[in-house]
Design a binder for this molecule. Structure first.
Ligand code: F6P
Length: 532
């Protein structure tokens, strides 16, 4: 299929950016940039619904931003965004629309509104029934799903811990490795457990296998009413019915797995936080959708983050980005973002199937701060690779430990400062170091204690980690991934790369019993023999 807009490397702005990078990009020094322009922090601040971003500690200047926005114009970012929001089949390899935004739009404001709100209303009524523990008898909810049918709820439920139902435990089983489900089942009683079998396709090996184990456990423990204790969230209602599930909440093929936490896949979230908070989560995401749809790119946060990603990946050639939420509730956010970003943009051909001559998705990784500081921040400060870091700071905590909170936030800011400011050899030489080896030469020690600095970071600030704020934050990430995907000219909404391993696994499975190694490469054959 020929697309009317060129991909980024075929634009005039790309050429201009190459020249700009050579002249002012590669050697941009943040310390000098701030010294030259005290307004820099203001110039690169972006206010979006619920999320403030300080983009000033990034290796760009106003000219870079202007050229990136021109490139977005040439690549048709606005037109592609509008096509997505209007429900055009922009997922071209699967012939599907991409309408997760419709899941959080108010009634009548987006395509498929009647269907969306019918399921949402029914799901929220069900969630409230379960939350009435005296009536439902439910004290444990187990979500069985994987990838997009797991990571969203698994990330959101602990993030919104303050408003989670205090008398219901939430468990997430995803891995086909039995070490995942076994300890969970050991804690449960069949009469007080609700299993949610979450699978868009209702065919995924891991989910179906774990669902089977859960059903057998339920029966073995004397559980009676499967229909009452198992519900399905899926687009494949027939398969769910075949499994014996009569309560199902559906969604549609225009909801990608990794974009599905706003749909019926959000049922564990809805049970955890209740209908009103779930609607607030959707409202926050919708506010970010409106921001992405309406704000000029100069003030559009997801667009600017996506453009910066292209600048870093294709001009600076950075290969990864680290995310460090300074809020323990967001501990599963890096895992969530890994799927969102790498499954969406980890592609090597453009929309026409032509191999790409440039890098696409960076590796996304991270851990909450301050734990991360005591693990991999050494590498971020003094390693040989430059890794842009994304800090997430939440202004108001939901606990009363004022001192702890001040320490967490001070650490967050200090890390951004340290990355940028670094420490010269001269500074290092001037410091007393009681822990240094006795007799070590001062110059030699100073070289080890020097920080290059000029390492980029973004700081995202939320006022509080509320359902609305979290909804906006996640939607911001979705649109950022969309933005870089459009510029790279790729389909961010398919995932053919997960197919091959699944097919080979299906070939290997029967060999576990037969021991047949015929046709296998020698390495796999030997490993199979050793493992079976
Ligand atoms: O990993 C591949 C994938 O298809 C993801 O895109 C998806 O989120 C996950 O598997 C689970 O799929 P399903 O919801 O159909 O079980």
């Amino acid at each position: 299929m020929n697309t009317p807009h060129p991909r980024c490397d075929r634009t005039l702005a790309w050429r201009a950016l190459q020249g700009h990078f050579e002249a002012h990009g590669r050697d941009l020094d943040l310390r000098e940039a701030f010294a030259r322009d005290p307004q820099r922090a203001t110039l690169f601040a972006v206010e979006a619904p619920e999320v403030f971003a300080d983009l000033s500690k990034n290796l760009w200047d106003l000219a870079t931003r202007k050229l990136l926005i021109e490139m977005a114009g040439e690549c048709g970012l606005a037109e592609r965004r509008d096509a997505m929001l209007a429900g055009e089949p922009i997922n071209t390899t699967e012939g599907r629309a991409v309408l997760h935004t419709a899941l959080r739009a108010p009634k009548g404001a987006a395509p498929h509104s009647d269907d969306v709100h019918a399921v949402l209303d029914a799901m929220l009524v069900f969630a409230e029934r379960i939350r009435d523990t005296a009536g439902s008898g439910i004290r444990a909810v187990v979500n069985i799903g994987i990838g997009g049918s797991d990571l969203g709820p698994q990330m959101v439920v602990p993030a919104l811990h303050d408003v989670v139902h205090p008398q219901i435990e939430f468990h997430f089983v995803s891995n086909v490795d039995g070490h995942d489900i076994t300890p969970v089942l050991a804690r449960l009683k069949p009469e007080s457990t609700l299993f949610i079998i979450a699978s868009k396709t209702f065919t995924t090996q891991e989910t179906m296998a774990n669902a089977g184990v859960a059903r057998q456990w339920f029966l073995d423990q004397g559980g009676r009413d499967i229909a009452r204790h198992f519900v399905g969230t899926t687009t494949n209602l027939e398969a769910a019915a075949r499994f014996g599930i009569s309560t199902t909440f559906g969604f549609w093929d225009w909801v990608g797995g990794r974009y599905s936490m706003w749909s019926a896949i959000g049922l564990p979230i809805a049970i955890a936080i209740g209908a009103d908070h779930f609607r607030a989560l959707l409202a926050g995401a919708h506010a970010m959708d409106r921001h992405f749809a309406n704000e000029p790119f100069e003030r559009n946060l997801p667009a600017q983050l996506g453009l910066l990603d292209v600048w870093y990946r294709n001009f600076h050639r950075f290969t990864s980005r680290s995310v460090a939420p300074y809020h323990q509730g967001l501990r599963r956010l890096p895992a969530y973002l890994q799927q969102l970003e790498m499954e969406s943009n980890g592609k090597r051909v453009d929309l026409d199937g032509e191999p790409l001559p440039y890098g696409t998705s960076p590796v996304v990784w991270g851990e909450p701060g301050t734990n991360a500081q005591h693990a991999f921040f050494q590498m971020l400060h003094q390693g040989t690779d430059v890794v842009p870091v994304e800090f997430i700071a939440v202004r108001t905590p939901s606990h009363g430990h004022v001192d702890l909170h001040a320490k967490a936030l001070a650490n967050c800011l200090a890390q951004g400062q340290a990355l940028m400011l670094g420490k010269s050899a001269q500074q290092a030489r001037g410091e007393r170091v009681p822990t240094a080896a006795p007799g070590i030469a001062a110059d030699r020690l100073a070289r080890h204690r020097t920080f290059p600095g000029n390492r980029p970071s973004t700081t995202l600030v939320l006022d509080a980690l509320t359902p609305r704020g979290l909804g906006a934050l996640i939607a911001m990430y979705e649109h950022r991934v969309f933005t870089s995907g459009v510029l790279w000219g790729i389909n961010s909404f398919d995932q053919w790369g997960v197919e091959l391993g699944k097919a080979l696994c299906n070939d290997l499975l029967p060999r576990w019993t037969s021991g047949d190694t015929q046709g296998l490469d020698p390495s796999t054959a030997a490993l199979l023999q050793r493992l079976r």
